[in-house]
Design a protein around this ligand. Structure first.
Ligand SMILES: *[C@@H]1O[C@H](CO)[C@@H](O)[C@H](O)[C@H]1NC(C)=O
Ligand SMILES: *[C@@H]1O[C@H](CO)[C@@H](O)[C@H](O)[C@H]1NC(C)=O
Length: 336
């Protein structure tokens, strides 16, 4: 018995996986990564994380947003990173749009929206003896593209799960589900995890990173290539779009197509994308990745600091854009 426990303890070293909820700090048209300084940006985003999120956030190694933020809407209180995606709208038969509500991470009491964030080893819970190097201050990246119009033939880590119930996993598709989903649609953004070791960002926000993901999400990834040799945490977002109140098929398009559309106008689902600006305080993320903690048990100082739901939900960023994103809209915000 004793030796089994020891063996388990040994096998568990450096196999940390973080999984935690963040509530939304803002839903508005800003994109400091792809369109810095543009007010408003092209389409609406949902944003979680630190409150230094703004139209312009600076760049470079000396621009540590963890030094500027005073609160975060994430469970781990040392995480002032920003995470964002487009938002989903329902298009009614009469042509108007209504934003689809978001179902918050189940551990976030009282939160009405937000996402679940993961930082894992290369295949979720073992690191294949690869050292996981935390992102450095000033690091940022995107995955996917708002202008994609066709199905990708490479695995790109972007997918949807049609939730039969809240625990449905697998059966991921690259396009929006074609039938009503009884518990909502989960949008998954799985970022590349191999870094070139030099650039905190790149002109397209992607070429400094490389994805070794072979199948869907959270499966064993191959080794990092020589061009991008540094294995970083496998970052992933899950957002549960609560489409349930739009599941009446008599309200769906008469041609039988599905009614959901991303805020940039995409009805296929292929243009799904996610943005990341690193902002963990000091070496907190590295400490966590070097430990063997799992999920929210990494909080309470073991080794990360964490906060309660009230503090999470109190952290907000005021919208600087004076427009309605929430009513029945005659066009998508920003649509020409
Ligand atoms: C956002 O930027 C504007 C100026 O561009 C500034 O006035 C404002 O204080 C900033 N907000 C935050 C939360 O940093
Ligand atoms: C359009 O349809 C939606 C959903 O049926 C409804 O709530 C809304 O009031 C309608 N708007 C107009 C202008 O008819």
């Amino acid at each position: 018995m004793k030796s089994t426990l020891l063996a388990l303890a040994f096998a568990a070293s450096s196999q940390a996986a973080l999984r935690f909820g963040c509530s939304s700090i803002s839903i508005q048209r800003l994109d400091p990564l792809v369109e810095p300084g543009r007010i408003p940006s092209a389409h609406v985003h949902q944003i979680v994380g630190g409150n230094s999120f703004n139209a312009t956030m600076g760049s470079g190694a000396n621009n540590d947003i963890a030094d500027r933020a005073t609160c975060t809407s994430c469970f781990f209180s040392e995480d002032f990173s920003n995470y964002w995606t487009a938002v989903l709208y329902f298009k009614a038969r009469n042509g108007t749009f209504k934003r689809v509500p978001i179902k918050a991470n189940s551990a976030l009491e009282g939160s009405t929206d937000g996402m679940t964030i993961y930082y894992t080893q290369k295949d979720f819970n073992s690191n294949g003896n690869a050292k996981i190097t935390a992102f450095p201050p000033g690091f940022r990246m995107t995955v996917g593209s708002p202008t994609t119009t066709e199905k990708s033939d490479v695995v790109n880590g972007l997918s949807y799960t049609c939730l039969q119930n809240i625990n449905t996993r697998g059966s991921e598709t690259q396009e929006f589900p074609t039938k009503p989903c009884p518990a909502g649609i989960m949008a998954i953004h799985h970022f590349p995890a191999c870094w070139d070791g030099k650039n905190l960002d790149s002109p397209d926000h992607q070429s400094h990173m490389y994805s070794t993901t072979k199948k869907g999400t959270f499966v064993e990834a191959g080794p990092c290539p020589a061009s991008h040799p540094v294995r970083m945490p496998q970052l992933a977002y899950e957002t549960i779009w609560d489409t349930t109140k739009f599941n009446d098929k008599s309200q769906w398009p008469a041609d039988g197509s599905q009614p959901f559309v991303w805020s940039m106008g995409d009805r296929t689902g292929y243009a799904t994308h996610g943005d990341y600006v690193f902002g963990w305080k000091g070496d907190s993320l590295q400490k966590a990745m070097d430990s063997s903690c799992m999920f929210q048990a990494c909080g309470n100082g073991k080794p990360l600091l964490s906060q309660n739901a009230a503090a999470i939900n109190n952290c907000k960023v005021k919208s600087t854009i004076n427009e309605d994103t929430e009513g029945w809209l005659t066009s998508l915000p920003g649509a020409m």
